[in-house]
Ligand binder design. Sequence first.
Ligand SMILES: Nc1ncnc2c1ncn2[C@@H]1O[C@H](COP(=O)(O)OP(=O)(O)OP(=O)(O)O)[C@@H](O)[C@H]1O
Ligand SMILES: [Mg+2]
Length: 372
Amino acid sequence: MKKLFVTGLPVVGDQLIGRDKELKQIIHLLQTGQSIILIAPRRFGKTSLLLTVLDRLKKEGHYVADVDLFGVVDKRKLAEKITTSSLENKKIFKFGAKLKQGISGLFKNVEVKQIIEDFEFVLKFVEPHTRPEELLEAALDFPQELAERDKKDFYFFYDEFGDIGKLDGDELLKLLRSKFQRHQQVCYLFAGSHESLMKEIFAAEKSAFYKFGSIIYLAEIASEDFREHIGRKFKQEGISVPAEVILYLLEKTRCHPYYTQLLCQHLYYLVKGEKAVINEHDLLTGWENAFIAEKTYLEKMWEEMSGAPAQLTLLTEIVKGCGKLYSLENGNGINVSRSINSLLKKGIVRKEEKNKYVIIDPFFEEYLRRSE
Ligand SMILES: Nc1ncnc2c1ncn2[C@@H]1O[C@H](COP(=O)(O)OP(=O)(O)OP(=O)(O)O)[C@@H](O)[C@H]1O
Ligand SMILES: [Mg+2]
């Protein structure tokens, strides 16, 4: 069945809902030469937003590239990804695959041959004894050198940048910073979900990346943007959703980008070919189906938290809406401030007002409620 509402993939271009303000702000910052750091909880649309930014910049004729650090296991792989992604601007795709064919394979391709003539380091990828550090140093400077040679501005996006610590934390960060700050024609975009990790990298005075760029926090999608989109999408399929049902839906998902799309998709599965008007009962059935579909993810979240029982106790209290978190300090011997801070840093809760916290993931909240 067709996917009326996209989930599970970054949403780019026309598919992107809302985010007009953010797009404008980020493009403006980049075009004035500032790098940007985008921080938001999981599944808030960081990748979607920044890929859309790159898309626009590319259409304006600039060079763009993106590297997702998730799953990059070593420096050699990182060097390869940076080079491959940069080369896509020269319409050299699957450079990694071409490398596997060895030197003769590389020289078969006219464009690659030209690149090798101008950037000799590319050949080092096929020399068996090249040190990964050497490759990485050269690859890190490659975007700047390519931009210089072709007289272009280059926008380079590192996704899941918090994962850099898995490679060689501090040393690598120092190397990156020392390189990036000399790149006159490259602006950098970074995204990450782990707020505390990202802050350690970009906002701690002792960090190599301190004050490297503007930090932007991404919130949920604006309710009016979602309202318009949901009504229109269902209408296209001949299904009508009364305004109060859309409002109730957004109340349940709290405009969380991923879960709102997920719930809409499940609603669509439910009513397609069956009904022309969606009511509240359908909405609750859709919610239930979406919840079941997310079970494995939610269980994993729960397992990750189980090593911190004090935080779980606090979450349960927040779900109950007691608002007396600090009374747990005496009864249960929990250090409430410390646990709350950890939850804030992990992006699991957000402070709404004094002593009032909400759980950012609406489905995890439901999961906690049902686990009681
Ligand atoms: N602006 C948007 N318009 C429409 N859907 C969106 C938008 N932002 C996010 N989504 C929904 O959320 C999902 C996750 O988006 P995306 O991968 O961009 O988020 P992310 O913050 O990068 O997530 P992760 O933390 O997992 O990397 C998308 O597949 C889509 O369903
Ligand atoms: Mg992402």
